[in-house]
Design a protein around this ligand. Structure first.
Ligand SMILES: Cc1ncc(COP(=O)(O)O)c(C=O)c1O
Length: 387
């Protein structure tokens, strides 16, 4: 079996009868009713006929994602939230419990709160640790959803422990692998039934496309395919093409960005204006041990969260002084981006939980891009220097 960087490039398989090497962008919204003749044998058993249901460019991307996540198949969605909402609508059952940590991407949390009221399930929120998640699950639980590395304080959840200790088979395990990517961890190996991605981040990797994915077994994907079809949440072909193009360099980008992040975290840790650095690559970080055991590479991701000493005004002054790093939401792309966590990723986490999690107004989340590491450190240094 070939290795991951080869799969990212060739994992789409044969594309068309012309032998094109690069995936074509199929813009047709409709396909003639034929027999089975243009669905390849490895395709899902339906025939492509309407672009809200299926598209050949998406199929190419979905095969690559499934290859990297080591699942039987995957589905591409219009955004990470389209993937999450479609999966939650399908798998969260009325009258049951859904378990989620108090720290996940806060729009995911907001969606779960809203859907719990609309669909009639009980949302059980726990501390973001494997032990607390396991303790919250019982036979009434239909779904467990968490991020391997939480957004924005970078707590690492011991996925192996969760999957080995879940007290009930009734619960579908849905794991968001956006921050860690298949380069660090493949949740399906640990029993996750659904592996979620915001493709907008590392998978596409260039801050120029929005997308999402769910990877899983053929049975799960078949069930979810119907919900994607009904909800109309699939990704569009040009976005799928851009994602396919970006995913080819996932491993090299992620490796380089993670190494830069490590250097930046070490630099910030020593800086007199920094109150705290959260980064599992630091040997002093409380999640270093779990991350080192769980991750298949000695890399710890390319997001660094840190607190600047001082008021929110001082934080804003710091952001204004940055020359290379852009104050902007999102992460995982070639451009380094920075945001105030409480105003962006953690905006919809209730204030009392934000306080417990240490998400104060001076907490910044830096997504390290592909610029030169020393240039990024110099940029941070000049912006941190007292006026
Ligand atoms: C961990 C995580 N999951 C899901 C999402 C949602 O993805 P999207 O913005 O592509 O809808 C985000 C967005 O920031 C995220 O950080």
């Amino acid at each position: 079996m070939v290795r991951d960087s080869t799969k990212s490039i060739h994992g789409h398989g044969e594309l068309d009868r012309y032998g094109s090497v690069i995936p074509p962008i199929y813009v047709s919204a409709i396909y003639r009713f034929l027999n089975d003749e243009h669905a390849t044998k490895s395709d899902r058993e339906f025939v492509i006929k309407y672009a809200r249901e299926e598209n050949p460019t998406l199929r190419a991307l979905e095969r690559v994602i499934a290859g990297l996540e080591e699942t039987e198949d995957s589905l591409a969605f219009a955004s990470g939230m389209a993937a999450i909402s479609t999966a939650v609508i399908k798998y969260a059952k009325p009258g049951t419990k859904v378990v989620v940590p108090i720290e996940v991407y806060s729009t995911t949390l907001q969606l779960l709160e809203e859907l719990s009221r609309k669909l009639g399930f009980k949302l059980v929120k726990t501390w973001p640790s494997a032990k607390d998640i396991v303790e919250a699950v019982d036979r009434e639980t239909s779904m467990v959803l968490f991020e391997v590395m939480t957004n924005p304080t970078l707590k690492v959840i011991d996925l192996k422990y969760v999957s080995e200790s879940l007290p009930s088979d009734n619960a579908v395990l849905m794991v968001d692998n956006t921050f860690t990517t298949p380069v660090l961890v493949k949740p399906a190996r640990f029993g996750a039934e659904l592996v979620i991605h915001s493709l907008t981040k590392y998978m596409a990797g260039h801050n120029d496309v929005v997308g999402g994915a769910v990877a899983g077994s053929q049975d799960v994907i078949k069930e979810l395919w119907d919900w994607r079809r009904m909800l109309g949440t699939l990704q569009q072909p040009f976005e799928a093409y851009l994602t396919l193009r970006g995913i080819k360099t996932l491993e090299v980008r992620f490796e380089r960005e993670s190494k830069s992040a490590q250097a930046i975290a070490e630099y910030l840790l020593e800086h007199s204006r920094i109150e705290e650095v959260m980064y599992p690559g630091l040997s002093t970080d409380p999640y270093h041990g779990i991350a080192s055991r769980l991750f298949s590479r000695k890399l710890y991701g390319a997001v660094v969260s840190f607190k600047i000493k001082g008021s929110k005004d001082e934080v804003i002054r710091f952001l204004k002084k940055l020359k290379i790093i852009k104050p902007s939401p999102s992460l995982g792309g070639t451009e380094s981006l920075i945001s105030i966590a409480s105003a962006a990723a953690a905006k919809y986490i209730p204030e009392e939980d934000r306080i417990k999690l240490g998400i104060t107004d001076n907490l910044l989340r830096l997504s390290v891009g592909l610029e030169d590491t020393d240039d990024l450190i110099e940029d941070l240094g000049q912006a941190l220097a007292q006026p």
